[in-house]
Design a binder for this molecule. Structure first.
Ligand code: PLP
Length: 400
């Protein structure tokens, strides 16, 4: 047999992908599952974007592009960042990748040396710690629980920084909590980073366009331009435009980092899909009601799921600021016993119980570094949400 590298043997498969697999297996066995694990919009890509891709393909846009991504798309991203985020990045300071995830990976690959530390606050997006480890870094997990609204504070940050710290990764809006850092919260963190010039900041703003009330995403360099030389902002098309399968994301940052990432891409994927880049350009440059309509649907579902879960005994759930996830507190249910004598000691036990008893699939908080919570995606129909929360409430009512 061909030996598998130690690095990959140690790698855990993505827990959200594993959950999806489990749902598919149960469905193949004839079970009907209400799935709240989805990490992507349930909407199809808006028609105007599909039309743009089709036209591009027919017009011969089927060849390799520059490894850094098409200039036209980088120009569109540059305009988007200037007008919507208040940050100035020239096309040379922007790179296009096969999704935000690839760029998070390549930025770390391009900048980490063995043993460099990367601060990853909890609850974290499941992939960050593994991407850090794969690239030779050491994830430094800082616990940010409900007492700090699941957000990194200046005190927690200060305590986590060492001479080996190279990066802080902040996901705002957050998957899994939907929390968005406010201007003052950013300024507090920036003051700490000002004291530690060895620490760079990566912000993952992939959920930026899905927000409620006035919870707009703030790109930190817009309010702290002094940090520009050591900030990388990552974003993409997946969530805002329901384009997860198209694989287009972008990163903006210091030109040396962008060049290093481009070099890596040129030796690995060559470039992202040509006509997907063209369609992404059209998506960014076109005002279309589809994006707003999706947002309205999410807003309604958010109310529905939060009210439904809060009505269930032992579950408490706050309204998220953004994204399409709720992060529900189920700590009162831990230590209970099911009617057939199984003990529910952890959030993982509860996930298994809900799948068996209620045919409802949810993610455990432990996968996000935060035991005692469950993540539910509300990128699902109102009907699924109503049926799901009713089934959850019925199942947890039987715990004693
Ligand atoms: N960042 C976060 C926080 C996510 O939740 C996801 C997808 O689930 C990604 C990045 C990946 O986005 P993309 O599809 O652009 O690779």
């Amino acid at each position: 047999p061909i030996p598998i590298s130690a690095k990959v043997q140690q790698l855990r498969p993505s827990p959200s992908m594993a959950a999806k697999q489990r749902v598919l297996e149960l469905e193949a066995a004839g079970r009907s599952i209400l799935d709240f694990c989805l990490g992507e919009p349930d909407f199809d890509t808006p028609a105007f974007i599909i039309d743009a891709a089709e036209q591009a393909m027919r017009a011969g846009d089927t060849h390799y592009t520059a490894a850094q991504g098409k200039l036209s798309l980088r120009e569109a991203v540059s305009r988007k960042l200037a007008t919507e985020n208040g940050v100035d990045y020239a096309p040379a300071e922007i790179v296009i990748g096969n999704g935000a995830k690839q760029l998070i990976f390549e930025v770390l690959a391009a900048t980490l040396s063995e043993g460099d530390e990367v601060i990853v606050p909890t609850p974290y997006w499941v992939s960050y710690p593994d991407i850090v480890t794969l690239n030779g870094g050491v994830p430094v997990i800082t616990t940010c629980g409900p007492e700090v609204d699941f957000k990194l504070t200046p005190e927690i940050l200060e305590a986590a920084i060492t001479e080996r710290t190279r990066w802080l990764i902040v996901n705002s809006p957050s998957n899994p909590t939907g929390a968005v850092y406010t201007r003052d919260e950013w300024l507090g963190l920036v003051a700490v980073l000002d004291r530690h010039p060895q620490v760079a900041l990566m912000t993952d703003e992939i959920y930026e366009k899905i927000f409620y009330d006035d919870h707009r995403t703030i790109t930190p360099t817009a309010i702290a331009p002094g940090l520009r030389d050591r900030c990388v902002v990552v974003n993409g098309m997946s969530k805002a435009y329901a384009m997860t399968g198209w694989r287009v994301g972008y990163a903006a940052g210091p030109v040396e980092v962008i060049k290093a990432v481009t070099k890596l891409l040129s030796q690995s994927t060559s470039c992202p899909c040509a006509f997907a880049q063209t369609a992404a350009t059209v998506a960014l440059e076109t005002e279309n009601p589809a994006v707003e309509q999706m947002l309205e649907a999410y807003a309604e579902r958010r109310q529905l799921i939060v009210e439904g879960l809060n009505a269930a005994p032992g579950i408490a759930c706050a309204l998220p600021d953004a994204a399409f996830y709720v992060f529900a507190d189920v700590r009162p249910l831990l230590g209970t016993v099911t009617s057939d004598g199984r003990s529910i000691a952890t959030d993982i036990d509860l996930v298994d119980y809900l799948l068996d008893e209620a045919s409802v699939a949810v993610m455990d908080g432990t996968s996000y570094g935060t035991p005692g919570f469950l993540r539910l995606s509300f990128a699902a129909s109102n009907e699924t949400i109503r049926a799901g929360v009713a089934a959850i409430a019925a199942a947890v009512s039987q715990l004693t």
